[in-house]
Design a protein. Structure first.
Ligand code: NAD
Ligand code: GLY
Length: 356
């Protein structure tokens, strides 16, 4: 077991280890001591795999358990699903001293987190991430959101959990393509801040050392979240590849998963950076090679959706990272070192045209 403390204004631990699900009840008793009822929000796939185990642990700790199960997948990250969860919490008379548990991947975490942030103007919640992506990224840092028809994550809140429990055993049931989605975010940390991590991943591929890689990624995320909790400065580096990724997700009606879209976005931005001399061709080659090694797309060429520069331009207009007529793109300089470059939308068009 490993504890990584996140010292945001409202601090909390991220606990990693094996067999933590069975101890959920005890952890919640300790970190959310006032809770009498726990509302477990999860999706149908995760409910079937882990719902009973977690319920048994919570009940054994003397807690009343209620459960809200949503259909799996990004299509559930909507305002409608969010309102349904709020209605459910209200009907079950959850009070301010009770707690929400988000059990699942990034979709459940973002959605349940947003419900917790706003129900009764905010009640405690615990993240129990069950995908690699959610363990290394979305469960840490308090970004919660739903998608709107106009774009991804357009309604949400910064709202930190009381506790994050990452049980490595849950990753065993992940389908390979969902695991690969998480690998895109893991590779992203290497490109942003840690060449040793990048090299370990390059050498080992999907057989990487999880006991080293998962806590290392969480530490890197913790450090940037503590430095810039509200995403006004260095935290924006985490958006490497994301402006393009969000466009791809929306244009594909969310058939292309977040992790795959992030891989495409990283590949494209790196290619554009190399074309224009911001990074070397060798650096771009290393990034392309590692994405392919993990079975991730290294560009838009084989994508089921055709992405043109105008599609991206339209999508960026609805991107929450836009500030008036300007957008910040994250550009690799070398492995372990990226920069935030703010440019006009017209400059962005010219910059990205090189990559498409
Ligand atoms: P997801 O939540 O849709 O999970 C992927 C699939 O895996 C789902 O079908 C789910 O039912 C299944 N699953 C989950 N755990 C499982 C397990 N242990 N065994 C078997 N199947 C399991 O997708 P995701 O990739 O976890 O998350 C993507 C979402 O996260 C996107 O909406 C993205 O925007 C968001 N995100 C948020 C942040 C943040 O900071 N809040 C960061 C990155 C991504
Ligand atoms: N994954 C983006 C962030 O947490 O800022």
């Amino acid at each position: 077991m490993n504890i990584i403390d996140v010292s945001t204004a409202s601090p909390y631990p991220v606990i990693t280890g094996c067999g933590l699900l069975e101890e959920t009840g005890e952890y919640i008793k300790h970190y959310v001591p006032r809770a009498e009822t726990v509302a477990v929000i999860t999706d149908d796939t995760v409910a079937a795999l882990y719902g009973d185990r977690i319920t048994a642990s919570l009940r054994a700790a003397g807690l009343r358990v209620i459960r809200c199960v949503i259909p799996h997948g990004e299509a559930s990250k909507t305002a409608a699903a969010y309102l349904e969860i709020l209605q459910f919490l209200a009907q079950e008379q959850l009070t301010r001293s009770d707690a929400v548990v988000a059990l699942g991947g990034g979709v459940v975490g973002d959605l349940a987190g947003f419900a917790a942030a706003t129900y009764l103007r905010g009640i405690d919640y615990v993240q129990i991430p069950t995908t690699l992506l959610a363990q290394v990224d979305s469960s840490v840092g308090g970004k919660t959101a739903v998608d709107l028809p106009a774009g991804k994550n357009l309604a949400g809140a910064f709202y930190q959990p009381r506790l994050v429990l990452c049980d490595a055993e849950t990753l065993r049931t992940l389908p390979a393509h969902v695991f690969a989605d998480g690998c895109a975010e893991v590779i992203k940390y290497g490109i942003l801040w840690d060449e040793d991590l990048f090299e370990h991943l390059r050498a080992r591929g999907t057989d990487f050392d999880r006991e080293y890689v998962i806590p290392r990624c969480i530490e890197l995320k913790r450090d940037v979240v503590v430095e810039d909790e509200f995403d006004r400065g260095s935290r924006r580096l985490l958006n490497l590849g994301h402006t393009l990724a969000h466009a791809v997700e929306k244009l594909s009606d969310y058939r292309i998963s977040h992790g795959n879209a992030v891989a495409m976005g990283i590949a494209a931005i790196t290619r554009a950076a190399a074309e224009q001399g911001y990074c070397s061709r060798e650096c771009a080659g290393r990034i392309e090679e590692i994405l392919l090694r993990f079975g991730l797309p290294a560009g838009f060429e084989d994508s089921e959706v055709h992405i043109g520069i105008n599609d991206i331009y339209e999508s960026v207009l609805a991107d929450k990272k836009r500030r008036g007529g300007r957008i910040s793109l994250i550009i690799p300089r070398e492995i372990g070192d990226c920069e935030i470059r703010t440019m006009s939308l017209e400059e962005m068009k010219v910059f990205l045209e090189a990559a498409l």
